[in-house]
Design a protein around this ligand. Structure first.
Ligand code: WT7
Length: 679
């Protein structure tokens, strides 16, 4: 398979093609209780029912005003769902459950350190906290409908409270993953035009209370460099009344939330009735250029889609204890820790810390203690726990009925450990392929109706019609064994609306490639390009191979090669940089940096460390490369483009492809010699 541009790195190119696997059937006990156990649901979402089939998802919500048009395509590819409808997302996730289950836990938070008790927050209590914080946001910080508010919050209940408070006001939240650097946060603040930053002074990880306030200062500084002043920084204290940082508070800008809140005790804020098409939140993700993309998700379509998929694919029932062990800082957490589960009125678990501290039994202890019924994590975590504590799950008395995997392809042998050891052979396993942009699941199995096949995510989700196209837009037939670019032929309610402030880029990246007529308002002419390589088996199940663009998925985190390279170029000695993906046993893929030096500079470990430090500063520790190679020159085309594909081939001991057209083919052997000798 070739890629869009000759110089880009493609994960899909270095993917391992594992063989077709056997099917596994769901346990009878699961099928008996499943939300979707009648195959008639597949007919209700058949292609000739599109787009009205999605009414079934929207009808799971409370609407202030019902919509008049299910799908408006007049401004293709800017799809509008449930037009004319009005609703409030916070009302749907909180208020509407007060009549039926006020005293059920909406959330259970498991803090670090481990000797601290879990904290349950009932729907009634969540309602109180959300109202009070919404009043503070409105009256103290001046937040109103349509304003953007950036969060840089860790895994604490204050994060969903802040999301729901914004939703209540009709304000657009933009949570930046806590592990991102202050600089990365500041860029996103400026891009979204947020006047308010909400953060916390510190949080626990690996037994340590980490200073997080320092990142708020860096973020404000970085935003200012982009010409954007942050007016208000609201800081929750991890231990109210006890400041965890030694960073000074900035007069007039910084405020402790726990000092302000008493003034808002007992206050109630009416949920703002928002148009279905009003943006609910932004979620930034990496792409082909250095500038992160603010994926804008809608209120009505998004909430309908995550509620529907949570019901049928996560099989969430209100009396479940549902635990998605992801971070809310990613789309997985927004859709499947907060909005989907709370909309369905279940109990959602969040935890602070990591799966391996204090030991690799942590997750299973939590599962046992809370009686978790439904579990959700990423292949990278499964691989790590399988390596560090292969027998740990057997030591704990929990019983999962349903388990999800998300974020990367899962190797069949890792899948089998998840199924047999973590799931004790009793849980159904649902692999879910989707993206920040898609809002919810795209390729997966209906757990009671479609068998599992390790290594394949499954067919298109209800109402989703994927297709694989080759380079010239011909359909790659199912069962042909050929890989191609996976696209979704139709729009769906969870699709993001645009890239914040960059509508042209939105069109170009996702729709231009296979568009049949730029003037068309017929959705059939606008296949959505997902950016992944994939293979479709004869049974309609998809195997995802990895990204076809300049994105590297490290442990389920999407990193842009351009972002990594521009961080490296901030180091004085560096002339050129290339980031390439390498296969990694635990993280799926890892990043290796190749750099060349400016004339007169000498290679040294200090230069290598400088590159790593720059990447940590500009992006965050999650982007840290496993290797920094200083090479005499980069393989280049005659027009001077760095051939990352060639470098990736060397790093992965794989075929480097045709190098005869390079300007400097001799460098390939030099680099290979240098790198493969040391590996
Ligand atoms: C990319 C999207 C969706 C939430 C987490 C990641 C890869 C995602 C799977 C899966 C194989 C997967 C794709 C995709 N991916 N899920 N089940 N099997 N690959 O969201 O950060 O937007 O990344 O993750 O390459 O394009 P994201």
């Amino acid at each position: 398979m070739t890629t869009e541009r000759s110089d880009n790195v493609s994960e899909a190119q270095i993917a391992v093609h594992w063989r077709e696997e056997e099917y596994y059937q769901p346990p009878a006990a699961f099928v008996g209780q499943a939300n979707a156990s009648d195959p008639a649901i597949l007919d209700r979402f058949a292609e000739d029912r599109f787009p009205e089939c999605f009414k079934e998802y929207a009808d799971l919500l409370d609407w202030d005003h019902y919509w008049h048009t299910t799908l408006d395509t007049s401004e293709a590819p800017f799809w509008k769902w449930f037009v004319g409808g009005r609703l409030n997302a916070c009302h749907n996730c909180v208020d509407r459950h007060l009549a039926t289950r006020p005293n059920q836990a909406a959330m259970i938070w498991v803090p670090e350190p481990e000797d601290a008790d879990p904290v349950a927050i009932t729907y009634r209590e969540l309602w109180v906290r959300v109202n009070e914080f919404a009043a503070l946001l409105r009256d103290f910080a001046g937040v109103k409908a349509g304003d953007r508010v950036t969060f840089h919050l860790p895994m604490v209940p204050e994060l969903p409270v802040a999301m729901l408070a914004c939703a209540r006001l009709g304000a657009i939240h933009s949570e930046v993953f806590g592990g991102f650097s202050g600089t990365a946060c500041g860029e996103r603040i400026a891009d979204s035009g947020s006047d308010v930053l909400i953060t916390m002074d510190g949080y626990y990880r690996n037994g340590e209370l980490i200073d997080h306030k320092i990142k708020a200062d860096e973020a404000c500084e970085a935003a200012a460099k982009h010409g954007h002043e942050v007016g208000t920084v609201l800081i929750w204290r991890r231990h109210p009344g006890r400041y965890a940082s030694d960073r000074p508070m900035v007069d007039g800008r910084d405020h402790f939330v726990d000092d302000l809140l008493p003034d808002y005790r007992g206050q109630r804020v009416a949920p703002e009735s928002m148009p279905a098409e009003a943006p609910l939140f932004l979620m930034y993700t990496s792409g082909t250029t250095g500038r992160p993309k603010g994926c804008q998700h809608s209120t009505g379509g998004y909430l309908a889609y995550v509620t529907g998929t949570s019901k049928y694919y996560q099989d969430i029932h209100p009396d479940d204890t549902y635990w998605c062990a992801a971070d809310i800082g990613w789309i997985t957490g927004h859709s499947y820790i907060v909005y989907g589960p709370l909309s369905l009125g279940t109990t959602t678990v969040l935890y602070e810390g990591v799966p391996t501290y204090p030991d690799p039994g942590r997750l299973w202890r939590i599962a046992e203690r809370l009686g978790v019924t439904t579990f959700h994590t990423a292949p990278t975590t499964i691989r790590m726990l399988r390596k560090l504590g292969p027998d740990e799950p057997t030591k704990y008395h929990y019983r999962f009925k349903h388990m999800t995997t998300v974020g990367e392809p899962i190797e069949p042998e890792v899948w089998r450990w998840y199924h047999q050891v973590v799931g004790k052979g009793e849980a159904v396993v649902v692999d879910t392929w989707w993206q920040t942009e898609t809002g919810g699941f795209m390729g997966t199995t209906l757990p009671a109706l479609q068998p599992m096949k390790p290594g394949s995510c499954g067919p298109g989700a209800l109402g989703i019609y994927p297709v694989i196209y080759d380079e010239v837009g011909e359909v790659v037939e199912a069962g042909s064994g050929k890989a191609g670019n996976i696209c979704i032929r139709n729009p769906w309610p969870g699709i993001f609306q645009t890239i914040w402030g960059q509508p042209e880029r939105f069109k170009q990246i996702y729709y231009e490639r296979y568009n049949r007529d730029p003037a068309s308002t017929d959705w059939h002419d606008w296949p959505y390009l997902a950016g992944d390589g994939a293979v479709e088996a004869a049974d309609g199940y998809f195997r995802i191979l990895g990204r076809i663009d300049d994105v590297i998925n490290v442990a389920g985190h999407r990193l842009g090669t351009k972002e990594l390279e521009s961080a490296a170029l901030t180091v004085d000695e560096i002339a050129e940089a290339a980031a390439v993906p390498v296969m990694d046993e635990l993280r799926g893929r890892a990043v290796e940096m190749y750099v060349s030096l400016k004339p007169g500079m000498t290679a040294s470990p200090a230069v290598q460390d400088g590159v790593t430090a720059a990447i940590e500063r500009e992006i965050g520790k999650i982007a840290r490369p496993t290797q920094v190679w200083i090479v005499p020159d980069m393989p280049k085309t005659r027009s001077g483009k760095i051939m990352r594909r060639v470098i990736a081939g060397i790093s992965n001991f794989a075929d480097v492809g045709d190098i005869t057209t390079l300007a400097n083919p001799e460098i390939v052997a030099d680099i290979r010699h240098q790198v493969q000798r040391e590996k």
